[in-house]
Design a protein around this ligand. Structure first.
Ligand code: VTB
Length: 331
């Protein structure tokens, strides 16, 4: 696959972020999400691929754009067919409330290489490169914390776990405290939270918890590019979610099979891009300077080379038709 595709992906997340960030703190998560979808969908025609959305905004009857199965991209017959996994706004509540850590994110791989995750919960554990190979979803919280502390040569009291602040995690949080590690809680956005384990500058060493399965596939694509490890297990928490797994034709006898990075994002032709919407551990949020000038901070990665590029971009919001339309619609 053309390695420059990664850079064209970042335009897509930049547009999503520039649109959605307009809604920061305005209390309307639906409008924020719609703005992100608009930005991502309109700019995707610039990406020369024949894409199929495998993780998106929902089924065709739920989402007008970026629905599962939608054909997107400006590719022609001689361009590659790819799977596209998008979360135009991971953390709608974060944007609506003006909280940190919201990102626009996209992963891309050759057709059939991204797990078509059902819309259910997923149990996940993730670490950065130095602790890759040392974790197990089936091990205890204590065993995982001790294995990672050893791999990172850290005292337990220097180790930091990132956990989503939800009642389903309270028992695990108590266990982490008993073992003696530090905890960083987050409200929403577990793609950014899992990715943070792969950048030592965040000070975050291990991600543990139950979150969205679609977000788990997207995080796996990022972590594969960054050389970390993520293990996951589908974790349907209602009969409706079990039904969704059945409808996708998943092997119900082995639904709780531990999924590795290779199961979630196969091969090394994995591309990933994300742009910060509000300030986060890894990516800074959008800044509007006035006079039609704005700034974005993105990361774009490719598993094949392991190249991780951070891109600080300045955008003239009145220069391109796409941007003019988006800024007119979302203000
Ligand atoms: C999870 C997480 C997402 O929403 O799906 C979470 O993966 C939903 O958790 O990143 P609850 O059902 O407990 O609210 C996000 O945090 C944001 O979409």
């Amino acid at each position: 696959m053309n390695r420059n595709l990664a850079l064209s992906l970042v335009r897509v997340t930049e547009m999503a972020a520039l649109s959605a960030a307009k809604y920061m703190g305005r209390g309307d998560k639906i409008a924020a999400d719609q703005a992100a979808v608009d930005g991502m969908r309109k700019s995707f025609e610039l990406v020369k691929v024949r894409g199929t959305v495998v993780i998106g905004e929902g089924e065709i009857d739920e989402a007008p754009m970026l629905y599962i199965g939608e054909k997107i991209g400006g590719g022609t017959d001689d361009d590659m067919e790819v799977d596209i996994a998008v979360d135009p706004l991971d953390g709608t509540t974060l944007v609506a409330k003006g909280l940190p850590n919201a990102i626009a994110v996209i992963a891309m791989a050759p057709k059939g290489c991204l797990l078509h995750a059902p819309d259910t919960y997923m149990k996940k554990i993730a670490v950065g490169p130095k602790a890759a190979g040392k974790i197990s979803l089936q091990a205890s919280v204590e065993d995982n914390l001790r294995a990672v502390a050893k791999a990172l040569n850290k005292d337990m009291s220097d180790l930091t776990a990132i956990v989503q602040d939800r009642p389903r995690h309270y028992k695990m949080i108590q266990e982490i405290r008993r073992v003696g590690a530090r905890i960083k809680l987050f409200g929403d956005g577990d793609v950014a939270a899992a990715m943070a384990t792969c950048d030592e500058d965040t000070g975050i060493d291990i991600f543990m918890g139950i979150g969205g399965a679609p977000e788990g596939v997207i995080a796996a694509a990022a972590i594969k590019c960054m050389g970390g490890e993520l293990q996951a297990q589908l974790y349907p928490m209602s009969d409706e979610e079990v039904e969704r797994c059945k409808e996708l034709g998943l092997d119900m006898e082995n639904l709780d099979r531990v999924l590795t990075l290779e199961d979630l994002a196969k091969g090394n032709e994995i591309y990933f891009a994300a742009t910060g919407i509000s300030d986060g551990d890894l990516l800074k949020g959008v800044v509007y300077y006035g006079d039609n000038l704005a700034k974005t901070h993105s990361v774009v990665m490719r598993a094949k080379t392991g190249t991780v590029r951070f891109i600080d971009a300045r955008h003239r919001l009145n220069k391109t038709d796409i941007m003019i339309d988006l800024m007119k619609k979302h203000r």
